[in-house]
Write a protein that binds this ligand. Sequence first.
Ligand SMILES: Cc1ncc(COP(=O)(O)O)c(C=O)c1O
Length: 385
Amino acid sequence: MIDVLPRESASTWLDLVETTPSLVFDPDICRRQWDDLSNALPGVILYYAVKSNPYPGVLQTIANEGGHFDVASAAEIKMLEHEGIHASQMIHTHPVKTDAEIEKAVAAGVTTFVVDNVDELWKLIPYRHSIRVMLRLSFIAPDAPIDLSRKFGAPQQDAMSILDVANDSGIRVDGLCFHVGSQAATSNTHADALSVCLDLCEQIKDAGLPEILRIDIGGGFPAHYIGESPDIHAFCGPIRNVLKRVPENLEILAEPGRVISAPSMALVCRVVGRAKRRDGWWFYLDDGVYGAQSGRLFDGMQYRMSVFTSSDELSPCVFAGPTCDSIDELGRYPEIPILNMNDVIVFHEMGAYTLASATQFNGIAPPTVVTRALPELRRGYGYSE
Ligand SMILES: Cc1ncc(COP(=O)(O)O)c(C=O)c1O
């Protein structure tokens, strides 16, 4: 989990940044992740989930690959427009939206929306002649640590009645979608859910309801945090098996976030304070859970760490962030070299749900971002202990 390296070798990282804390963004890695997932899911149209990391360099890199975008708000639409990306490249997948949000998205030119209940359908009635809608269903992956089907997604048994209401209201629902949960360990639930949706398409057709023309299999594709490095092609195998059943007139979409953005950034920090306390040495870093490491709290994520130090005396230790809040802790370890002031710590796979949810708590600014090639041995899946 922690890689201890000689203090001098920190220059490989310090040469990339002007200050710490900094996130280093590598467009080549972002591109490689996009290409790898595209190859693993042939024929599937990928919509990058902007929420995972809206950094302009990430958006530009994906736009240059011809990618599409999944948005959750008017603010995300604006960020994309600022990068020259047109609303025709976007789908709005938030299942619960305010009227104002819908109005802004429609005004921007977004034409695809998602609902998972009839109250949300009513909100779309004024725009029914210019939009198309996907119905989100709930499928929970038992092996995904972040559940996204508790808060959203209609139960499968409610699908036909919601589609009936939509049909009676003149709203064109011609898509089904789901999100099985983030950082899934396998794609078994994606595959099962896709299969259920394909069966449902037949039932919908038989009931004389408008034909389903799109199925969106959501996100949940895993990044390499701690433990085995997932091979994305092998991961997607079960989905590819079900894709064989997809009729020609049906489009399949996906909304990957984490798998694209996580490996594209690494975080360079320093020890800015230290103290020996009852439970061992505490090392205070210049970034913490209110900064780029919010995923520790929100997602329960642990990140791979490299520490660069000349020290070899070991002690129990606690890593903590720079704010005054006691929740701002990054991990406790039974035996780590006793670090010195200014020793460098690098956290890997730090691009997803990090900068996107960083705060200004205590007036401490989130890390700055620089665009550089990440050092060879630390490039995403190529990392070796
Ligand atoms: C609607 C929707 N689509 C896509 C994503 C991206 O998921 P992931 O980062 O697991 O790929 C999320 C994540 O919260 C989401 O809520």
